[in-house]
Design a binder for this molecule. Sequence first.
Ligand SMILES: [Zn+2]
Length: 463
Amino acid sequence: MKKQLLAVVVSTAFLSTAASAQTAPYQVKARDIYAHIVGFRTAAGQKQTPAMVAYLVDVLKTGGVPAADITTADEGETSILIVRIPGKKPDRPILFSAHMDVVDARPEEWERSPFTLVEENGNFYGRGTLDNKAGVTALVSTILRLTSEKLRPVRDLVFTFVGDEETAMNTTRRIAAHPWVKNAEFAINTDAGGGLLDDKTGKPLIYLVQGAEKTYATFELTVTNPGGHSSRPRADNAIYQLAHALVKVEAHPFPVMANDLTRAYLGAVGQAQPGAVGEALRKFAADPTDAAAAETLAKAPEFVGTTRTTCVATMLQAGHAENALPQTAKATVNCRIFPDIAVEAVRQELATAIADPEVKITALNSPEASPVSAMRPDVMAAITKAVRANYPGVPVVPYLESGGTDGKVYRIAGIPTFASSGLFTKPSEMFAHGLNERLPVVAFYQGLDHIYRLAVDLGQARR
Ligand SMILES: [Zn+2]
């Protein structure tokens, strides 16, 4: 069904992708690359990313990519790879990004070897099959196809392969400053964005394009006290004092916020959502000052994060003996900060809400806020066309990410970034970072075509 539609919808530029069996030469090649790169244990500390880069460079050169258009750099235990397809005119490049590293996996805990690609029950299993080696493969496959088909883009297309997205993101910072990259007009990130399928029926529900990320910030609240013997309680007590502070954090509502992106998202989701929450979504999207709608959404865990900054206590640590007054009490408060709001402003807002100068509030891990990437009609049109080639009529909607990708590094560097993997999955089958990570076989091949179509369309690649 889908494949018939595919053949009808796509333009002649894409006819080669309409082959229904997964036996087109580029599909066979991509599967081979995917199997090879899942085999590299590219987790932090394993030092296998440089070998993966060497393999990819070999694949690219064999596929006809000139050495002058390939850049690699060793970055300590990891590596960077940048590939460019020169455009016909000097213009700002378009970026496509994926990350090569993975969260580590312990083979003894997995049902199958995590570093061997296994195709079973309609899925590809292995660490990185979803996050983000399908994206790496889609980029390499696209470069090889454009090269072999002798398609030249109007402007440079630059493909970046990051070495430490899951940890420090230093290689993304390095890449963002590279001469081939730094003037990019915008970036397509394969590491987020994608389609949701209904868990029961498998019907496509919605396709989400990530256009912004909340800032992940963790604060530590600390109260200290002289302590003493528990048989002689003092009037002040670090645990009580911290508990009072936490009650105030719990009661503090951060202000309701909205932007074009969150309104578009909540409105689209509201169309399919029944009941009071659905009504609140539609009302809030139409008018973010609707206090009653905002209040309803504040009680819905899946939507509250798209309407405001949230902070929540996640860890506690206090006291040193059951018969001693506590000398120290600490709480960890994790915040997901609305885009464009400074981390320090949230720290101050917490301090004001707690209203106790003896409670020290410090930010851990120097978090960085990133801006919203304003949705571009050309990018949204290209993504919509690529998505609907396989899923006609599915809504394509921007969203605000609560998790985190290195898209924020590009955004901070001034490169608007849109995450669009092209992968459709069921929410119940999301095993990124976890055990038995997998990706539906169909999604893998659709992801290849998704990135290829975006490169051809956005780059206006022609013979
Ligand atoms: Zn990822």
